[in-house]
Design a protein around this ligand. Structure first.
Ligand code: F6P
Length: 356
Protein backbone atom coordinates (compact mmCIF):
# COMPACT_ATOMS: atom_id res chain seq x y z
CA UNK A 1 0.00 0.00 0.00
CA UNK A 2 1.32 3.44 -0.96
CA UNK A 3 2.08 5.78 1.92
CA UNK A 4 -0.68 8.24 2.79
CA UNK A 5 0.49 11.73 1.85
CA UNK A 6 -2.47 14.00 1.37
CA UNK A 7 -5.63 13.73 3.46
CA UNK A 8 -8.97 15.52 3.46
CA UNK A 9 -11.08 16.54 6.46
CA UNK A 10 -14.78 17.33 6.34
CA UNK A 11 -17.60 18.05 8.79
CA UNK A 12 -21.08 16.77 7.90
CA UNK A 13 -24.60 16.99 9.35
CA UNK A 14 -25.60 19.51 12.01
CA UNK A 15 -22.81 21.46 13.70
CA UNK A 16 -21.81 20.90 17.30
CA UNK A 17 -19.45 22.59 19.76
CA UNK A 18 -16.00 21.01 19.44
CA UNK A 19 -15.80 20.49 15.67
CA UNK A 20 -13.06 23.08 15.35
CA UNK A 21 -11.13 21.47 18.20
CA UNK A 22 -11.15 18.17 16.27
CA UNK A 23 -10.00 19.90 13.08
CA UNK A 24 -7.19 21.68 14.92
CA UNK A 25 -5.93 18.52 16.64
CA UNK A 26 -6.14 16.44 13.46
CA UNK A 27 -4.27 19.05 11.40
CA UNK A 28 -1.57 19.55 14.03
CA UNK A 29 -1.00 15.82 14.49
CA UNK A 30 -1.16 15.07 10.77
CA UNK A 31 1.34 17.78 9.86
CA UNK A 32 3.69 17.62 12.86
CA UNK A 33 3.80 13.89 13.65
CA UNK A 34 3.11 12.39 10.23
CA UNK A 35 4.22 15.07 7.74
CA UNK A 36 0.89 14.86 5.91
CA UNK A 37 -0.64 17.53 3.75
CA UNK A 38 -4.22 18.36 4.80
CA UNK A 39 -7.06 19.62 2.64
CA UNK A 40 -10.15 21.10 4.28
CA UNK A 41 -13.24 20.00 2.37
CA UNK A 42 -16.01 22.55 2.61
CA UNK A 43 -19.69 21.84 3.33
CA UNK A 44 -19.31 18.12 4.02
CA UNK A 45 -19.54 15.66 1.15
CA UNK A 46 -20.99 18.44 -0.99
CA UNK A 47 -17.48 19.92 -1.08
CA UNK A 48 -16.16 16.73 -2.65
CA UNK A 49 -18.81 16.89 -5.36
CA UNK A 50 -17.96 20.54 -6.07
CA UNK A 51 -14.22 20.14 -5.48
CA UNK A 52 -14.50 22.89 -2.92
CA UNK A 53 -11.36 22.51 -0.81
CA UNK A 54 -8.65 24.58 0.84
CA UNK A 55 -5.25 23.68 2.26
CA UNK A 56 -5.48 23.46 6.04
CA UNK A 57 -2.28 24.90 7.39
CA UNK A 58 -1.26 25.45 11.00
CA UNK A 59 -1.65 29.18 10.31
CA UNK A 60 -5.28 28.74 9.34
CA UNK A 61 -6.27 26.72 12.38
CA UNK A 62 -4.67 29.10 14.88
CA UNK A 63 -7.20 30.29 17.47
CA UNK A 64 -10.06 27.99 16.49
CA UNK A 65 -9.97 25.72 19.57
CA UNK A 66 -12.58 27.63 21.60
CA UNK A 67 -14.79 28.57 18.65
CA UNK A 68 -18.19 26.95 18.11
CA UNK A 69 -19.44 25.94 14.67
CA UNK A 70 -17.06 24.62 12.05
CA UNK A 71 -14.36 26.34 10.07
CA UNK A 72 -15.20 24.00 7.18
CA UNK A 73 -18.94 24.70 7.35
CA UNK A 74 -21.44 21.90 7.11
CA UNK A 75 -24.78 20.83 5.69
CA UNK A 76 -27.49 18.27 6.40
CA UNK A 77 -27.94 17.85 2.66
CA UNK A 78 -25.45 16.67 0.06
CA UNK A 79 -25.65 12.88 0.58
CA UNK A 80 -23.77 11.76 -2.57
CA UNK A 81 -25.87 8.58 -2.77
CA UNK A 82 -29.16 10.50 -2.68
CA UNK A 83 -28.26 13.85 -4.11
CA UNK A 84 -31.24 16.17 -4.69
CA UNK A 85 -31.69 16.81 -8.41
CA UNK A 86 -34.91 18.73 -9.11
CA UNK A 87 -37.85 16.60 -8.04
CA UNK A 88 -35.85 13.41 -7.59
CA UNK A 89 -32.62 12.15 -6.01
CA UNK A 90 -29.67 10.62 -7.81
CA UNK A 91 -26.54 8.69 -6.96
CA UNK A 92 -23.50 10.92 -7.51
CA UNK A 93 -21.01 8.74 -5.69
CA UNK A 94 -19.05 7.94 -8.87
CA UNK A 95 -18.41 11.66 -9.43
CA UNK A 96 -17.28 11.93 -5.83
CA UNK A 97 -14.86 9.02 -6.28
CA UNK A 98 -13.46 10.62 -9.41
CA UNK A 99 -12.98 13.96 -7.66
CA UNK A 100 -11.20 12.34 -4.72
CA UNK A 101 -8.74 10.74 -7.11
CA UNK A 102 -8.26 13.97 -9.12
CA UNK A 103 -7.62 15.90 -5.91
CA UNK A 104 -4.96 13.33 -4.99
CA UNK A 105 -6.57 12.59 -1.62
CA UNK A 106 -5.27 9.37 -0.01
CA UNK A 107 -7.68 9.31 2.91
CA UNK A 108 -10.57 11.25 4.43
CA UNK A 109 -11.46 12.07 8.02
CA UNK A 110 -15.23 12.58 8.20
CA UNK A 111 -16.48 14.24 11.38
CA UNK A 112 -20.21 13.76 11.77
CA UNK A 113 -23.24 12.13 13.32
CA UNK A 114 -25.31 9.17 12.33
CA UNK A 115 -26.03 10.32 8.74
CA UNK A 116 -22.42 11.27 7.96
CA UNK A 117 -21.11 8.03 9.46
CA UNK A 118 -23.49 5.97 7.29
CA UNK A 119 -22.25 7.78 4.16
CA UNK A 120 -18.63 7.28 5.32
CA UNK A 121 -19.25 3.53 5.69
CA UNK A 122 -20.79 3.27 2.19
CA UNK A 123 -17.85 5.17 0.69
CA UNK A 124 -15.44 2.93 2.56
CA UNK A 125 -17.21 -0.09 1.04
CA UNK A 126 -16.65 1.52 -2.37
CA UNK A 127 -12.93 1.66 -1.68
CA UNK A 128 -12.47 5.17 -0.24
CA UNK A 129 -10.02 5.16 2.69
CA UNK A 130 -12.23 6.63 5.43
CA UNK A 131 -11.76 7.44 9.11
CA UNK A 132 -14.72 8.72 11.13
CA UNK A 133 -15.01 10.95 14.17
CA UNK A 134 -18.38 10.86 15.96
CA UNK A 135 -20.07 14.14 16.84
CA UNK A 136 -23.51 15.02 18.10
CA UNK A 137 -24.96 16.94 20.97
CA UNK A 138 -27.51 14.10 21.26
CA UNK A 139 -24.92 11.58 22.59
CA UNK A 140 -26.91 8.85 20.85
CA UNK A 141 -24.08 6.81 19.30
CA UNK A 142 -23.72 3.39 20.90
CA UNK A 143 -20.04 2.85 20.03
CA UNK A 144 -18.75 5.68 22.20
CA UNK A 145 -19.39 6.51 25.85
CA UNK A 146 -19.70 10.20 25.01
CA UNK A 147 -19.71 12.39 21.92
CA UNK A 148 -18.18 15.86 22.15
CA UNK A 149 -20.74 18.66 22.14
CA UNK A 150 -23.08 16.76 24.44
CA UNK A 151 -21.71 18.18 27.69
CA UNK A 152 -21.77 21.70 26.26
CA UNK A 153 -25.45 21.26 25.32
CA UNK A 154 -26.12 19.87 28.81
CA UNK A 155 -24.37 22.86 30.32
CA UNK A 156 -26.50 25.32 28.32
CA UNK A 157 -29.68 23.41 29.19
CA UNK A 158 -28.73 23.23 32.88
CA UNK A 159 -28.19 26.98 32.94
CA UNK A 160 -31.69 27.36 31.48
CA UNK A 161 -33.15 25.09 34.19
CA UNK A 162 -31.41 27.15 36.88
CA UNK A 163 -32.77 30.38 35.44
CA UNK A 164 -36.28 28.98 35.08
CA UNK A 165 -36.19 27.84 38.71
CA UNK A 166 -35.93 31.34 40.13
CA UNK A 167 -38.68 32.80 37.99
CA UNK A 168 -40.95 29.73 38.48
CA UNK A 169 -40.61 30.04 42.24
CA UNK A 170 -41.32 33.77 42.22
CA UNK A 171 -44.54 33.37 40.21
CA UNK A 172 -45.84 29.96 41.32
CA UNK A 173 -45.65 28.65 37.80
CA UNK A 174 -45.06 25.42 35.97
CA UNK A 175 -42.13 25.97 33.63
CA UNK A 176 -41.71 23.54 30.76
CA UNK A 177 -38.29 23.51 29.12
CA UNK A 178 -37.90 21.67 25.82
CA UNK A 179 -34.42 20.44 24.97
CA UNK A 180 -33.00 18.68 21.91
CA UNK A 181 -31.77 15.11 21.59
CA UNK A 182 -33.85 13.65 18.74
CA UNK A 183 -35.11 10.20 19.78
CA UNK A 184 -32.92 9.93 22.85
CA UNK A 185 -33.37 11.57 26.23
CA UNK A 186 -29.74 12.13 27.22
CA UNK A 187 -29.75 15.94 27.22
CA UNK A 188 -33.06 16.03 29.11
CA UNK A 189 -31.93 13.47 31.67
CA UNK A 190 -28.53 15.04 32.35
CA UNK A 191 -29.74 18.65 32.46
CA UNK A 192 -32.81 17.66 34.46
CA UNK A 193 -30.65 15.91 37.03
CA UNK A 194 -28.01 18.66 37.06
CA UNK A 195 -30.62 21.40 37.41
CA UNK A 196 -32.85 19.62 39.92
CA UNK A 197 -35.93 19.38 37.69
CA UNK A 198 -39.15 17.96 39.17
CA UNK A 199 -40.32 16.11 36.09
CA UNK A 200 -38.23 14.78 33.17
CA UNK A 201 -39.92 13.45 30.05
CA UNK A 202 -37.78 11.34 27.73
CA UNK A 203 -38.61 9.28 24.62
CA UNK A 204 -37.46 6.07 26.30
CA UNK A 205 -40.14 6.34 29.03
CA UNK A 206 -43.57 7.13 27.54
CA UNK A 207 -45.46 9.64 29.69
CA UNK A 208 -49.11 10.04 30.69
CA UNK A 209 -50.49 13.58 31.06
CA UNK A 210 -52.53 12.48 34.12
CA UNK A 211 -49.34 11.20 35.78
CA UNK A 212 -47.68 14.61 35.25
CA UNK A 213 -50.72 16.31 36.80
CA UNK A 214 -50.64 13.88 39.72
CA UNK A 215 -47.00 14.68 40.37
CA UNK A 216 -47.65 18.45 40.26
CA UNK A 217 -50.59 18.03 42.69
CA UNK A 218 -48.48 15.94 45.03
CA UNK A 219 -45.89 18.71 45.27
CA UNK A 220 -48.67 21.24 45.83
CA UNK A 221 -50.06 19.17 48.68
CA UNK A 222 -46.57 19.24 50.21
CA UNK A 223 -46.55 23.05 49.96
CA UNK A 224 -44.54 23.64 46.76
CA UNK A 225 -46.32 25.81 44.24
CA UNK A 226 -44.00 25.59 41.25
CA UNK A 227 -42.57 22.90 39.02
CA UNK A 228 -39.81 22.54 36.48
CA UNK A 229 -40.48 20.08 33.68
CA UNK A 230 -37.65 19.24 31.28
CA UNK A 231 -39.00 17.59 28.16
CA UNK A 232 -36.88 16.00 25.43
CA UNK A 233 -38.04 17.03 21.96
CA UNK A 234 -38.66 13.36 21.10
CA UNK A 235 -40.78 12.54 24.19
CA UNK A 236 -43.95 10.56 23.53
CA UNK A 237 -47.06 9.23 25.18
CA UNK A 238 -46.93 5.76 23.71
CA UNK A 239 -44.26 3.51 22.31
CA UNK A 240 -43.92 4.11 18.58
CA UNK A 241 -45.71 7.49 18.57
CA UNK A 242 -44.17 10.00 16.12
CA UNK A 243 -44.58 13.68 16.79
CA UNK A 244 -42.63 15.41 14.04
CA UNK A 245 -43.44 19.05 13.26
CA UNK A 246 -42.28 18.32 9.74
CA UNK A 247 -43.05 14.70 8.95
CA UNK A 248 -41.32 14.64 5.57
CA UNK A 249 -38.06 16.11 6.90
CA UNK A 250 -38.51 14.18 10.20
CA UNK A 251 -38.02 17.36 12.20
CA UNK A 252 -38.89 17.41 15.86
CA UNK A 253 -39.78 20.42 18.00
CA UNK A 254 -42.61 22.02 19.91
CA UNK A 255 -43.54 19.07 22.14
CA UNK A 256 -43.40 21.39 25.18
CA UNK A 257 -46.47 23.22 23.87
CA UNK A 258 -48.30 19.92 23.48
CA UNK A 259 -47.44 18.90 27.04
CA UNK A 260 -48.67 22.29 28.26
CA UNK A 261 -51.99 21.77 26.42
CA UNK A 262 -52.34 18.26 27.78
CA UNK A 263 -52.07 19.32 31.43
CA UNK A 264 -53.39 22.92 31.38
CA UNK A 265 -57.03 22.17 32.16
CA UNK A 266 -56.23 19.90 35.08
CA UNK A 267 -54.04 22.30 37.07
CA UNK A 268 -54.56 25.76 38.54
CA UNK A 269 -50.94 26.91 38.29
CA UNK A 270 -49.96 29.02 35.30
CA UNK A 271 -47.80 27.31 32.69
CA UNK A 272 -45.02 28.84 30.60
CA UNK A 273 -43.04 27.17 27.86
CA UNK A 274 -39.40 27.64 26.79
CA UNK A 275 -38.07 25.90 23.70
CA UNK A 276 -34.29 26.10 23.97
CA UNK A 277 -33.53 25.13 20.36
CA UNK A 278 -30.23 25.76 18.62
CA UNK A 279 -28.76 27.74 21.53
CA UNK A 280 -27.72 24.25 22.68
CA UNK A 281 -25.63 23.76 19.57
CA UNK A 282 -23.99 27.16 19.27
CA UNK A 283 -21.10 28.82 21.01
CA UNK A 284 -17.90 27.75 22.65
CA UNK A 285 -17.41 24.12 23.79
CA UNK A 286 -16.88 23.57 27.51
CA UNK A 287 -13.45 22.16 28.54
CA UNK A 288 -14.66 18.53 28.68
CA UNK A 289 -15.73 18.72 25.02
CA UNK A 290 -12.55 20.55 23.96
CA UNK A 291 -10.43 17.81 25.51
CA UNK A 292 -12.51 14.95 24.06
CA UNK A 293 -12.58 16.59 20.61
CA UNK A 294 -8.80 17.12 20.76
CA UNK A 295 -8.22 13.47 21.70
CA UNK A 296 -10.51 12.33 18.87
CA UNK A 297 -8.76 14.57 16.31
CA UNK A 298 -5.31 13.32 17.29
CA UNK A 299 -6.41 9.67 17.24
CA UNK A 300 -8.08 10.10 13.82
CA UNK A 301 -4.88 11.57 12.35
CA UNK A 302 -2.85 8.66 13.78
CA UNK A 303 -5.26 6.11 12.28
CA UNK A 304 -5.23 7.68 8.84
CA UNK A 305 -1.43 7.90 8.84
CA UNK A 306 -1.30 4.22 9.80
CA UNK A 307 -3.70 3.33 6.97
CA UNK A 308 -6.13 1.69 9.42
CA UNK A 309 -9.23 2.66 7.44
CA UNK A 310 -12.94 2.00 7.98
CA UNK A 311 -12.57 2.88 11.66
CA UNK A 312 -14.20 5.39 13.95
CA UNK A 313 -12.54 6.82 17.04
CA UNK A 314 -14.50 6.34 20.25
CA UNK A 315 -14.27 6.93 23.99
CA UNK A 316 -14.46 3.77 26.11
CA UNK A 317 -13.96 4.40 29.77
CA UNK A 318 -10.87 6.60 29.86
CA UNK A 319 -9.41 5.36 26.58
CA UNK A 320 -9.69 6.42 22.97
CA UNK A 321 -10.19 3.32 20.85
CA UNK A 322 -10.87 2.56 17.17
CA UNK A 323 -14.04 0.66 16.26
CA UNK A 324 -15.37 -0.34 12.82
CA UNK A 325 -17.60 2.46 11.46
CA UNK A 326 -20.05 -0.28 10.48
CA UNK A 327 -20.62 -1.25 14.13
CA UNK A 328 -20.95 2.36 15.22
CA UNK A 329 -23.94 3.10 13.00
CA UNK A 330 -25.92 -0.04 13.73
CA UNK A 331 -27.99 1.03 16.74
CA UNK A 332 -28.63 4.32 18.50
CA UNK A 333 -27.76 4.55 22.19
CA UNK A 334 -30.99 5.00 24.10
CA UNK A 335 -31.34 5.83 27.78
CA UNK A 336 -31.95 2.57 29.61
CA UNK A 337 -35.09 3.07 31.75
CA UNK A 338 -33.72 0.60 34.28
CA UNK A 339 -30.29 2.26 34.50
CA UNK A 340 -28.71 3.59 37.66
CA UNK A 341 -29.07 7.16 36.29
CA UNK A 342 -32.85 6.84 35.97
CA UNK A 343 -33.06 5.04 39.32
CA UNK A 344 -31.08 7.85 40.95
CA UNK A 345 -33.50 10.42 39.54
CA UNK A 346 -36.49 8.43 40.80
CA UNK A 347 -34.92 8.10 44.28
CA UNK A 348 -34.69 11.89 44.42
CA UNK A 349 -38.41 12.16 43.70
CA UNK A 350 -38.09 13.14 40.04
CA UNK A 351 -41.07 11.95 38.04
CA UNK A 352 -40.76 10.62 34.50
CA UNK A 353 -44.47 11.21 33.95
CA UNK A 354 -45.18 7.50 33.98
CA UNK A 355 -46.90 7.32 37.37
CA UNK A 356 -44.05 5.46 39.09
O1 F6P B 1 -28.80 15.97 16.01
C1 F6P B 1 -28.56 17.22 16.56
C2 F6P B 1 -29.83 18.04 16.56
O2 F6P B 1 -29.54 19.29 17.16
C3 F6P B 1 -31.03 17.37 17.23
O3 F6P B 1 -30.96 17.42 18.63
C4 F6P B 1 -32.16 18.17 16.63
O4 F6P B 1 -33.35 17.45 16.58
C5 F6P B 1 -31.67 18.42 15.22
O5 F6P B 1 -30.26 18.30 15.24
C6 F6P B 1 -32.04 19.77 14.67
O6 F6P B 1 -31.62 19.81 13.37
P1 F6P B 1 -31.63 21.14 12.47
O7 F6P B 1 -30.36 21.85 12.73
O8 F6P B 1 -31.73 20.61 11.09
O9 F6P B 1 -32.82 21.96 12.89
Amino acid sequence: MARVQRIGILTGGGDCPGLNAVIRAAVRTATRDHSLEVLGIQLGFEGLLMKSCMPLTNELIRGILPKGGTLLRTTNRGNPFEYPAGDHKEDRSELLLRNISELGIDGIIAIGGDGTLKIAQRLFEKGIPMIAVPKTIDNDLAATDFTFGFMTAVSVATDAVDRLHTTAESHNRVMILEVMGRHCGWIALYSGLAGGADIILIPEIPYRPDAIVESIRERQSEGTQFDIIVVAEGAKRTEGEERYIDRRAKRLGGIAYQVADEIARAIELEIRVTVLGHVQRGGSPIPFDRVLATRFGKAAADLIAKGDFGKMVALRGDEIVAVPIKDAVENPKYVDPSSELVATARSLGISFGDGR
